[in-house]
Design a protein around this ligand. Structure first.
Ligand SMILES: CC(C)(COP(=O)(O)OP(=O)(O)OC[C@H]1O[C@@H](n2cnc3c(N)ncnc32)[C@H](O)[C@@H]1OP(=O)(O)O)[C@@H](O)C(=O)NCCC(=O)NCCS
Length: 182
């Protein structure tokens, strides 16, 4: 810290002015500090999007493995976190690049999540814009993502950014029949 900025800080404290306000920022994922919070959000993320989803230790272990591997491959995976309080994160986006013979280079939004108190404030849009920047830098020609129709916050977010539905995943719940003549 320079003498000038130190003076500025002391001056502000002595005269009861508040410290500089911390602006929430989006930064790159750090596996050491960010992996655990992201894993702790997986249950909420999946139960919001998949009816009947039940978290179990194996699923979480697999997510830990996938995220740790992704962190080692920054060219293929862009993971960005929202630091809303110094040293504390409140959301993230996980982007992946696919380079295929069939469809060329495209981006996929693997996961996006914000803690409930940070929703509806424009941070989802900011994270998506960061993801789109990452995809553009890697030459993606399109961006794909999957979303559950009933998740209106996520659907609105994507639509507001110009995403359009291209396929429907269809499902019908069926009654179980008793086996063994029972
Ligand atoms: C989906 C999610 C990331 C959206 O982030 P967000 O910060 O709340 O969204 P934003 O505030 O940036 O809003 C983006 C747009 O969506 C709209 N929107 C946000 N929440 C909404 C809601 N609950 N209902 C309807 N529209 C909503 C906003 O009005 C805005 O549209 P506009 O730009 O036309 O005004 C967030 O709700 C979330 O983390 N949900 C749980 C995890 C999840 O479901 N992830 C998606 C998996 S596919």
């Amino acid at each position: 810290m320079t003498r000038d900025s130190l003076f500025h800080k002391i001056f502000k404290n002595v005269f009861g002015r508040s410290e500089e306000v911390f602006e929430p920022r989006i930064r790159e994922f750090n596996v050491k500090t960010d992996l655990e919070p992201i894993l702790s959000w997986q249950e909420d993320l999946f139960t919001t999007n998949f009816a009947g989803f039940q978290m179990n230790p194996y699923f979480l272990k697999e997510q830990r493995r996938r995220l740790s591997e992704a962190a080692l491959r920054p060219f293929e995976h862009g993971i960005f976190v929202l630091e809303h309080i110094p040293g504390k994160i409140g959301g993230f986006i996980w982007c992946k690049i696919y380079d295929t013979n069939e469809y060329g280079i495209f981006g996929s939004v693997e996961q996006i999540y914000l803690i409930p108190e940070l929703r509806g404030k424009g941070f989802g849009k900011k994270l998506m814009e960061k993801g789109e920047e990452y995809f553009a830098e890697r030459g993606a020609q399109s961006i794909k993502l999957l979303v559950t129709i009933s998740n209106s916050a996520a659907v609105s977010l994507y639509q507001s950014l110009g995403y359009k539905a291209t396929r429907w995943e269809m499902q019908k719940d069926v009654k179980r029949t008793q086996m063994n003549g029972g």
